[in-house]
Design a binder for this molecule. Structure first.
Ligand SMILES: Nc1ncnc2c1ncn2[C@@H]1O[C@H](COP(=O)(O)OP(=O)(O)OP(=O)(O)O)[C@@H](O)[C@H]1O
Ligand SMILES: [Mg+2]
Length: 359
């Protein structure tokens, strides 16, 4: 269903390495990309998902809004990592309104944080309760999301101080899932796929089937690991390390070999983490083998990563293409650039698909 004009939101992905913004025009004819842009953040402005330097983030957001000439001030943003717990739980059948009232009590046993320090949200999953048969007819499956209030407040605060209005606060993993679903055809959206987002400080995994998340996990891996290894090996600062990583510095033969070793070692950490999640999935859901791995996040471009992951898991690995079903005006956008940036833009695209008041 198209989001009505007044409910449209700007997708704002505040990553630890870069802030991404996406604006989509929804119309009866379909969706058109209206705006996309990105701005880098200095190193350690955001650490482990917590905003350490609010001024730096505000000024980056304001700069990006100016650059893109964005008029809509309503945004959908997201959080991720250790401050978010996503859990699927089984419970006795309840009407949604009743669960709404008791959610704190129900959730308490599953959440490792003080229940008063989190915001709770839930979704009753399909095939629950009355719609299912047999012994599960009086049970239902609920997706529980708990997010730490202090982290949400940090993001809300920064968004408001940037002159914007946080209409929706989402979670990276679900935004990515929306971006995947809007860009894929009906058939493959019914298969079981693993979405893997390799950013700067986080590696997020979300395995989905028929639009429902089976399992999510975020861990502290990402592109920064490579920068840190380069910093210590080459005795350079973070920015210099970034340049070396992206191949924009001339290297001598032995340096090139060192860089190659660093890439291989970090890639093997990531592949191990992903394989572990896939092993868990195949034991917990043996009837739903993962048919494809879909990559997102800037670090999925790390040379050798996609191929290594494919050969280790023997599962096809492709990059997400969140813009693929949008109308793109080539007078405004460079198609090649968009295609290249697509994995890094995916969370922001998923956020831009949200509307005020939707669920
Ligand atoms: N071509 C490339 N090759 C390798 N790494 C890349 C490339 N382009 C970007 N990166 C890396 O991707 C990371 C940024 O990706 P992304 O924007 O998805 O992260 P983020 O959302 O800001 O971070 P996080 O979600 O972890 O907080 C950086 O570490 C950057 O160095
Ligand atoms: Mg990110």
């Amino acid at each position: 269903m198209p989001v009505s004009k007044k409910n449209q939101l700007i997708g704002l992905d505040i990553g630890s390495h870069a802030i991404k913004m996406v604006e989509i025009d929804h119309s009866k004819k379909g969706m058109a990309l209206k705006n996309f842009g990105m701005i880098g953040l200095p190193h350690q402005v955001i650490v482990e998902g917590s905003i350490k330097d609010k001024d730096a983030v505000c000024s980056a957001i304001k700069q990006l809004v100016r650059n893109l000439k964005i008029k809509n001030t309503n945004v959908a943003a997201s959080i991720s990592g250790f401050s978010v717990i996503i859990k699927k739980i089984m419970m006795g059948y309840k009407e949604e309104a009743e669960l709404e009232k008791n959610i704190q009590e129900e959730a308490e046993q599953y959440i490792p944080f003080d229940i008063n320090e989190v915001n709770l949200d839930f979704d009753i999953l399909p095939s629950s309760g009355k719609s299912s048969e047999g012994e599960d007819a009086d049970r239902m499956e609920v997706m529980l999301v708990a997010a730490k209030k202090d982290i949400i407040n940090e993001y809300v605060n920064v968004i408001e101080r940037s002159g914007l209005n946080p209409g929706v606060m989402d979670v990276d993993a679900f935004a990515l899932q929306n971006a995947f679903e809007v860009s894929t055809d009906e058939d493959s959206s019914r298969a079981c796929v693993a979405l893997v987002n390799v950013g700067a400080e986080e590696l997020g995994i979300n395995a989905i089937k028929k639009g429902v998340s089976l399992f999510t996990r975020d861990s502290s891996y990402g592109g920064v690991q490579i920068n840190e290894a380069i910093m210590s090996e080459f005795k350079v600062d973070y920015e210099q390390a970034e340049k070396i990583k992206l191949g924009s510095e001339e290297l001598q033969k032995d340096q090139a070999k060192n860089l190659d070793d660093i890439l291989k070692s970090v890639i093997s950490d990531w592949v191990r983490e992903i394989t572990r999640a896939l092993d868990f999935l195949s034991s917990a859901f043996p009837e739903d083998p993962v048919e494809k791995i879909i990559l997102a996040g800037g670090s999925c471009k790390t040379p050798g990563f996609r191929k290594t992951l494919e050969s280790e898991t023997r599962i096809p690995v492709i990059e997400i293409s969140p813009f693929s079903k949008f109308f793109i005006d080539e007078k405004h956008f460079d198609a090649k650039y968009l295609e290249y940036m697509a994995p890094q833009a995916a969370v922001a695209v998923g956020l831009a698909l949200r509307g005020i008041g939707d669920k």
